[in-house]
Design a protein around this ligand. Structure first.
Ligand code: BDR
Ligand code: CA
Length: 316
């Protein structure tokens, strides 16, 4: 099977960390050119360190990590440590990683990789604020040629917001960057809360991951249990939503999600609704429908895939 070439841009983050364990285990399906990190859930220094810790847990120190933008394009940082713990990795033990990030900046890696890539060959998976991605697009618009699509976790329509009444965290944290990405003309595949709230870490699903028993699987369980214990994520039996692994699950099994084409604009002016995603399904000549909006997700399929991928990697 041809492996899908991807760059992962993230802000680990508990669910970003599960995503990295998942993607790292999908060795036979994903060719991960690099992991780029951005300020978001915690500071830029911590997201880069955390990516290095998690790639080691995944036994994927072959994947380089590049630290990126340290603050949103125009705004004061909004962190989400209350959802991810002070370290950004919940209760995972923190030890200094043996190998740190590369010297090159994340935006340089994105630009250089996409300029050198065959047309339409690379998928950029983004699971944090879109600062690195927007900066790369602004610096070198020609990178669009190398992109197959940008698959993001971000936004909300029917579910309302999770950081404010109407905004999802990744979009709210850097709304100007998000507007630039949605308006870039690139194909964007968006996994917002409408879909990710359907992928929940129920006790039975967490037990299935635990049964895999590998180091990566047990780290994933620790992260999932941390989120499940947060009162803000609802009752434990219902399970916390698993956001960031969704784009990876889609790359591995597209039929686990349903989409509608649309145009998305991001609210960048109102303080009350800052970062709201205005999702317009009605087509009009002045509104290019370059976004595929995930309207539903099959939670059993996503967790089944996560479990099977970790198990296959453990048996390697
Ligand atoms: C998103 O916000 C972050 O806190 C999570 O890592 C995820 O990317 C969910 O709204
Ligand atoms: Ca994230």
């Amino acid at each position: 099977m041809d492996r899908r070439r991807i760059i992962i841009d993230c802000d680990p983050g508990v669910d970003d960390a599960v995503m990295l364990l998942f993607a790292g285990a999908a060795r036979d399906a994903l060719d991960i050119v690099g992991i780029t990190t951005v300020a978001g859930n915690v500071s830029a220094a911590l997201t880069a360190r955390n990516a290095c810790i998690v790639r080691a847990l995944a036994a994927r120190e072959d994947i380089p990590v590049y630290a990126g933008c340290t603050q949103p394009l125009q705004r004061t940082p909004v962190e989400a440590g209350h959802f991810h713990g002070e370290s950004g990795l919940g209760d995972l033990p923190i030890t200094a990683p043996r190998h740190g990030p590369e010297a090159r900046h994340a935006v340089d890696l994105i630009v250089e990789t996409l300029l050198a890539a065959a047309p339409g060959s690379v998928t950029l998976v983004a699971t944090g604020p879109l600062t690195n991605v927007a900066t790369a697009l602004a610096r070198e618009p020609a990178i669009r040629r190398g992109l197959r699509e940008i698959a993001i976790m971000g936004g909300a329509r029917s579910e309302g917001g999770n950081i404010t009444a109407s905004a999802e965290y990744n979009i709210h944290a850097d709304p100007d960057a998000a507007q630039a990405v949605f308006g870039s003309g690139c194909t964007v595949v968006a996994f917002g809360l409408d879909a990710t709230h359907q992928v929940r870490a129920t006790p039975a699903r967490v037990d299935a991951v635990r049964a895999v028993g590998s180091r990566a699987a047990l780290a994933a369980v620790e992260l999932l249990e941390f989120s499940n214990a947060l009162p803000a994520n609802g009752p434990r039996e219902q399970g916390a939503p698993l956001h960031d692994p969704c784009p990876i699950a889609w790359l591995l099994r597209p039929e686990a999600f349903k989409f509608r084409p649309c145009h998305v604009d991001v609210e960048t002016r109102s303080t009350l609704t800052l970062g709201h995603t205005a999702v317009e399904f009605r087509a009009a000549p002045q509104r290019p429908q370059n976004v595929l909006w995930a309207v539903s997700a099959d939670g059993d399929a996503v967790f089944g895939l996560l479990t099977a991928t970790l198990a296959r990697d453990a048996a390697r």
